[in-house]
Design a binder for this molecule. Structure first.
Ligand code: OXD
Ligand code: MN
Length: 602
């Protein structure tokens, strides 16, 4: 092993380990160094200087292209391997001693087999490469739920991204102290071969091993792997929850502050909802939306108040680009205006970037996301449908003042939502927590480009967590029911569908900033200040209860899509049965009773 001459942090030999006081981290690193055999090692401290050095090195080796410094200061383009552009659920495993622990919806591998199989792939995989050691914290520093992880990786893109998405560096080792409680995250892009790609979680060992992919969801191990799969298991054990939810602050004209935690499947508008810009009339009236998080929420019950509280474990956004523009999400555009990584977008001749939906006029010339010349006549898209931006949350002009608060925020309402062009109304409120859990558990959504596979097919995505539950889904449902018993004042649960079309196939609801009109009803319901009429699904607003003023919406049409069609609901029930049948006798009793109730009503 050699000294790294362009020295980020001097890194010779195993001497690097001497800088780490924590003996458990030292031991684990010694093991992974022995396994992966890197040429050089860089221990990342998380400083700005180090970030600049990593970026400079990435530019040198072709990982990054520096973008127009006037238009996009501090921004870089990364082109991934074309075989590595999304999460790969078929390569994602929960590794436990028994299959029952992983449940019927996860790919399972026996733990020892997992370690053996992946050890063979990690063996010597970093020869000729640099290993970056990234200590990181998920959650605001000092938060009781905050978790420390240490990731090693041979990808400079991953190293820079982890610096944006987590609280990375010295701060993490300080937070860890002498403790052995950290998630061991081993990552290598290795050959980037889809046939040798595995994202393996060992929840019993607080360990993640990921090999063969550099894509965010597969390779930034603090995100989906730790903050959802591993954390959901820890939450089940310890009595809290890790959910695929945005958290947004909603300030009403009266000054009352609320927080909504909302679960939507990948690429269904969580970032847009978290950064929602109210229409002019609402802004003038004094409504304001602020962001705590756009993808993941950790929730627990405050013992003093009996209420649910939440933190966002992340420190940045890894957002979907296509369709994002100054009209749909100006806050996201501001957020990514500087110090941002762009992945798999088109490059314009002046060093700016472009993606489908960024502007109405298409650029005359560009290099597409693979680096090949592109014009509007090209038969394919310029940017990948799952092209992304990675930006620090500090860039967000509407970052909530409590985003870094270790005490988190109280949750006023929980919202579930899917992408459904038919059947499901724009909004309803579940009758109570149990009905809400049923609504979440039977959530259906049309698939998107965020995961490899067919786009646009309705699949059951319980609580938008199907790909992220790190243990048996039957226990996960039970956990949701159990959490209710811990609360003395539980938030109401709502279901929304921004994607509903009318009988002519046209979207009924304008979405984006106008969603605040639905949020207004949700908040008022949560405080017992708005009317609701009973329907089969839950409480519905009457036509006049949603403010449609200034919208080009035909009220009759809106009323029509709010109607629940019994025939369609029957089909929906059968579709949910497909999932429930997988759970067989493990389906929690509460869920069976709720299903029976629905059946009897239909
Ligand atoms: C994400 C996802 O990237 O859900 O957040 O895939
Ligand atoms: Mn997500």
């Amino acid at each position: 092993m050699k000294t790294d001459v362009s020295s980020l942090t001097e890194s010779t030999d195993h001497k690097i380990l001497l800088r780490i006081d924590n003996q458990h981290v030292r031991q684990w690193l010694a093991d992974v160094i022995k396994l992966c055999q890197p040429d050089k090692i860089v221990l990342c401290d998380g400083s700005e200087r180090e970030k600049d050095q990593l970026l400079a090195r990435g530019v040198e080796d072709g990982t990054f292209i520096r973008l127009n410094a006037k238009k996009l200061p501090g921004c870089y383009l990364h082109r991934s391997n074309p075989n590595d552009v999304a999460r790969m659920e078929q390569c994602t495993y929960i590794c436990t001693p028994t299959k029952t622990m992983a449940g019927p919806t996860n790919n399972w591998m026996e733990s020892r087999e997992g370690y053996q199989k992946l050890s063979a792939l990690f063996n010597g995989c970093m020869r000729g490469r640099t290993m970056y050691v990234l200590p990181f914290v998920m959650g605001p520093i000092g938060a009781p739920l905050a978790k420390v992880g240490v990731q090693v990786t041979d990808s400079i893109y991953v190293a820079v991204s982890m610096g944006i998405m987590t609280r990375m560096g010295r701060v993490a080792l300080e937070a860890l102290g002498d403790s052995n409680e950290f998630t061991r995250c081993l990552h290598s892009v290795a050959e980037c071969n889809p046939d040798k790609r595995y994202i393996c979680h060992f929840p019993l060992d607080n360990t993640v091993w990921s090999v063969g992919s550099g894509y965010g969801g597969n390779a930034l191990l603090g995100k989906k792997c730790l903050a959802l799969r591993i954390a959901s298991y820890l939450g089940y054990q310890q009595g809290w929850m890790a959910e695929h939810m945005l958290i947004s602050g909603v300030r009403e004209p009266s000054g009352r502050k609320n927080y909504i935690a909302a679960a939507f499947p990948s690429a269904c508008g969580k970032t847009n909802f978290a950064m929602l810009i109210p229409p002019e009339s609402y802004k003038l009236a004094g409504w304001q939306i602020t962001t705590i998080g756009d993808d993941i929420a950790w929730l627990w019950v405050d013992e003093k108040t009996g209420k649910l509280r939440a933190i966002n474990p992340e420190a940045g956004y890894f957002g979907v680009l296509p369709g994002t523009n100054w009209q749909t999400n100006a806050n996201a555009m501001h957020t990514m205006a500087h110090d941002t990584l762009y992945t798999n977008v088109a490059l314009l001749p002046d060093g700016d970037v472009w993606w489908e939906g960024k502007t109405d006029t298409l650029p005359a010339h560009a290099l597409d996301w693979t680096g090949k010349p592109w014009t509007p006549d090209s038969p394919h898209k310029a940017a990948h449908p799952n092209s992304r931006f990675t930006a620090p949350m500090a860039n967000n002009p509407v970052l909530d003042p409590a985003a870094n608060d270790p005490d988190g925020v109280p949750v006023t309402a929980i919202v579930f939502g899917g992408r459904r062009t038919t059947t499901i109304p724009v909004v309803y409120q579940a009758f109570n927590w149990s009905y809400g859990v049923y609504a979440g558990a039977t959530l259906g959504s049309e698939t998107t480009a965020a995961a490899a596979g067919k786009v646009g097919v309705v699949r059951r995505d319980p609580m938008a967590m199907l790909p992220f539950i790190g243990y048996n889904i039957a226990d996960y449902f039970t956990h949701w029911f159990r959490m209710h018993r811990r609360m003395t004042d539980c938030p109401p649960i709502f279901h929304v569908n921004w994607f509903r079309k009318n009988q002519h196939g046209v979207y009924v609801w304008p979405g984006y900033g106008e969603n605040i009109r639905i949020v207004e009803w949700i908040i008022k319901r949560a405080h017992g200040e708005a009317y609701g009429i009973e329907s089969l699904l839950g409480w519905m607003p009457r036509l006049g209860d949603i403010n449609l003023e200034g919208l080009k919406i035909n009220p009759a049409e809106f009323a029509a899509v709010q109607q629940v069609d019994k025939e369609l609901l029957r089909a929906e029930l059968l579709a949910a049965d497909e999932l429930f049948l997988k759970l067989g006798g493990d389906l929690p009793k509460e869920m069976i009773f709720l299903r029976e109730l629905m059946v009897s009503q239909l």
